[in-house]
Design a protein around this ligand. Structure first.
Ligand code: KIV
Ligand code: ZN
Length: 514
C-alpha cells in the first residue's frame, strides 16, 4: 500500500464537547477524560477556555500538568487579556502548550456580533497571533464561521496570520452549514491562493447540524487539510462536532481509497466512549456508528449465519479493533480485590485506594444479588459510586421504602442525610417513582424541573441492574444525575439526588465566581 499521510487528531471534547447542553464536567472528571485521551494517543487535547471561568482555568492548568504525550491547547479570543490568561494556564505544558486564538471572519458575524469592519478583524487577528507567539511558538488561529466568509477575505486573513507566526490555521464550519463538495473546494482554494499556506497546517473543525460533520472533515482531508478537530461520541455545541471515532475508523477502514492514517490507538475507542457517557450522563444512541450498542450486533438470521461462516461477509471492521468486548463474564462473588482492580484498569478506570475500596464493596454486594457480573455492571458501579460522587454531597440517600400495586396508591417513605442531619418524610404519587421524587423534593426543599428521565437495563435478565439518568433544570443551570441499582426505584432516587448535588455545586461555584 502506498505511503499514508498522517492526519493530526485534535480532540476538543473538553472544550467544544463540554458546550453540549448538560455536558459540563468538573475538574476531576476532565482529568479522567484527558487521561483516556492520552491513552488514545490523540495529537492535541483542547482542555478548555481558560478565561471563561475559574473552573475552566484550573482544568486547563491541571490537564497541562498531568498529561504526557499529547499537546495541550486552550481557547482564547483574539485579545491580550484572553491570551495572557490562556498562557498562564497552559504554561505547565511547556513546549507542548498551544494557544488557540480565534475571531469571526464572516460578514454576518463581523457586522452583527463583533460590530467590526473587515480591516479591524484582520488587525485583531494578526495582533492576537503575535501576542500568542510571544509566549509559545505553537499557535493556532481559527477564522470562526470560515465557511460563510467571503473567500478572498478568508485567504487574506489566513495569509496574514501565517505571516504573523500561526503554525496551524483552522477553517471551521461553525454552524454546520457546508457540504463535502463545497468544503473540499474551500480548502483547495486556500491551498491554491494563499502563497505561504505551506508554512502552516490546515485544520478543519466541523459541526454536525446537517449530520455531515464527518463527511465534511474527510472531504477537507482529501483537499489537503492536515488536522481534524473532533470529539468523543461527537458531542459538542448544538448537534455536536465531528465524531472522533467515526473519523478515525473511516480512515482506518478505507486506506485503499483514502491514503491517510492517524496516530489514534483505536482499541481505546469504546472505553473512551463509555467513560464520556458515564461522566456526562449523555447516552449514546444504540445505532450510533462505531460505539453504539448495536454497531456490531447482527440481528437478521441471514447476517448471523454469514458472520459465523466468515466475519468479513457483514463486518467491515472487527469489534476488537475498537476495543469492544461484549458481555464478558468478568468476575463472580469469589473474585478478589486484585482481580477487580485489574479489570477496572483494563476498562480504563484508575481509582485511588479509597475509591477502589468503595467500588469493591459495591461490587461484592452486587455479586451477592446477581449471578453474573459483566463489564457493563462494572461501568455502572464506577459511574454510580465514583463518578457520580460530587466534591461536596449536600444531600445523601439513607434509605427508601415503597408500597405500590395495581390497587394501591403508591407511597414512598424516604430517609435522607441533609447537612449531617437525618430527615424523613412520606409522599403519595402517581406510581412509585413519582412518590419517591416528591418525597425527595419535600425533604430537600428544592423545585428543580425534571426535564429528562431515562431508565435502562445495564445487562439482560430480570436480575439486571437498572440505570437511571435524569436532567434537572433550575433557573439557568442544568445538571445530569445518574444512579444504578438492581431496584429501579432506588436507582431513580440516587439519580435525582445526584443531579440535585450537581446543581447545588454549580450554584455555589457561580456565587464564588461573581
Ligand atoms: O465552531 C467553532 O468555530 C469553534 C471555534 C472557536 C474553533 O468552536
Ligand atoms: Zn466549534
Amino acid at each position: 500500500m502506498a505511503d499514508l499521510k498522517t492526519i493530526k487528531v485534535f480532540d476538543t471534547t473538553l472544550r467544544d464537547g463540554e458546550q453540549s447542553p448538560g455536558a459540563s464536567m468538573n475538574i476531576e472528571e476532565k482529568l479522567r477524560v484527558a487521561k483516556q485521551l492520552q491513552k488514545l494517543n490523540v495529537d492535541v487535547i483542547e482542555a478548555g477556555f481558560p478565561i471563561a471561568s475559574e473552573g475552566d482555568f484550573e482544568a486547563v492548568s491541571k490537564v497541562a500538568q498531568a498529561i504526557k504525550g499529547p499537546q495541550i491547547a486552550g481557547l482564547c479570543r483574539a485579545n491580550n487579556k484572553d491570551i495572557d490568561r490562556g498562557w498562564e494556564a497552559l504554561q505547565y505544558a511547556g513546549e507542548k502548550g498551544r494557544i488557540h486564538t480565534f475571531i469571526a471572519t464572516s460578514d454576518i458575524h463581523m457586522k452583527y456580533k463583533l460590530k467590526m469592519s473587515p480591516s479591524q478583524v484582520l488587525d485583531a487577528a494578526v495582533k492576537a497571533v503575535k501576542r500568542a507567539k510571544s509566549y509559545t511558538p505553537n499557535v493556532e488561529f481559527s477564522c470562526e464561521d470560515a465557511v460563510r466568509t467571503q473567500l478572498k477575505f478568508l485567504a487574506e486573513v489566513v495569509g496574514a496570520v501565517i505571516d504573523a507566526g500561526a503554525t496551524t490555521v483552522n477553517i471551521p464550519d461553525t454552524v454546520g452549514y457546508t457540504i463535502p463538495f463545497e468544503y473540499f473546494n474551500i480548502i483547495k482554494y486556500l491551498k491554491e491562493n494563499v502563497p505561504n499556506i505551506d508554512q502552516a497546517v490546515i485544520s478543519v473543525h466541523c459541526h454536525n447540524d446537517l449530520g455531515l460533520a464527518v463527511a465534511n472533515s474527510i472531504a477537507a482531508v482529501q483537499a489537503g487539510a492536515g488536522q481534524v478537530e473532533c470529539t468523543i461520541n461527537g458531542i459538542g455545541e448544538r448537534a455536536g462536532n465531528c465524531s472522533l471515532e467515526e473519523f478515525v475508523m473511516t480512515l482506518k477502514t478505507r486506506p485503499d481509497i483514502l491514503p491517510f492514517k492517524t496516530n489514534v490507538a483505536t482499541e481505546h475507542l469504546t472505553p473512551a466512549s463509555k467513560l464520556l457517557s458515564t461522566v456526562t450522563g449523555i447516552v449514546v444512541q444504540p445505532n450510533k456508528a462505531i460505539v453504539g450498542a448495536n454497531a456490531f450486533a447482527h440481528e437478521a438470521g441471514i447476517h448471523q449465519h454469514g458472520v459465523l461462516m466468515e466475519k468479513s461477509t457483514y463486518e467491515i471492521m472487527t469489534p476488537e479493533s475498537v476495543g469492544l468486548k461484549t458481555n464478558v463474564l468478568v468476575l463472580g462473588k469469589h473474585s478478589g480485590r486484585h482481580a477487580f482492580k485489574k479489570r477496572l484498569e483494563e476498562l480504563g478506570y484508575e481509582l485511588d485506594d479509597e475509591k477502589l475500596n468503595k467500588a469493591f464493596e459495591r461490587f461484592k454486594a452486587l455479586a451477592d444479588l446477581k449471578k453474573e457480573v459483566f463489564d457493563e455492571d462494572l461501568d455502572a458501579i464506577v459511574a454510580d459510586e465514583i463518578m457520580a460522587s460530587t466534591e461536596k454531597e449536600m444531600f445523601k440517600l439513607s434509605h427508601i421504602t415503597v408500597t405500590c400495586g395495581s390497587f394501591a396508591v403508591a407511597t414512598a417513605t424516604v430517609q435522607m442525610e441533609i447537612e449531617g442531619k437525618q430527615v424523613r418524610t412520606a409522599e403519595l404519587g402517581d406510581g412509585p417513582v413519582d412518590a419517591t421524587l416528591k418525597a425527595i423534593r419535600k425533604l430537600t426543599k428544592t423545585k428543580a424541573e425534571l426535564q429528562q428521565y431515562n431508565v435502562g437495563s445495564i445487562t439482560g435478565g430480570t436480575d439486571a441492574q437498572g440505570e437511571v439518568t435524569v436532567r434537572l433544570a433550575e433557573d439557568d443551570a442544568t445538571a445530569i444525575g445518574r444512579g444504578s441499582s438492581t431496584d429501579i426505584i432506588e436507582a431513580s432516587a440516587k439519580a435525582y439526588i445526584n443531579a440535585l448535588n450537581r446543581l447545588y455545586m454549580k450554584r455555589e461555584r457561580l456565587v464564588h465566581s461573581l
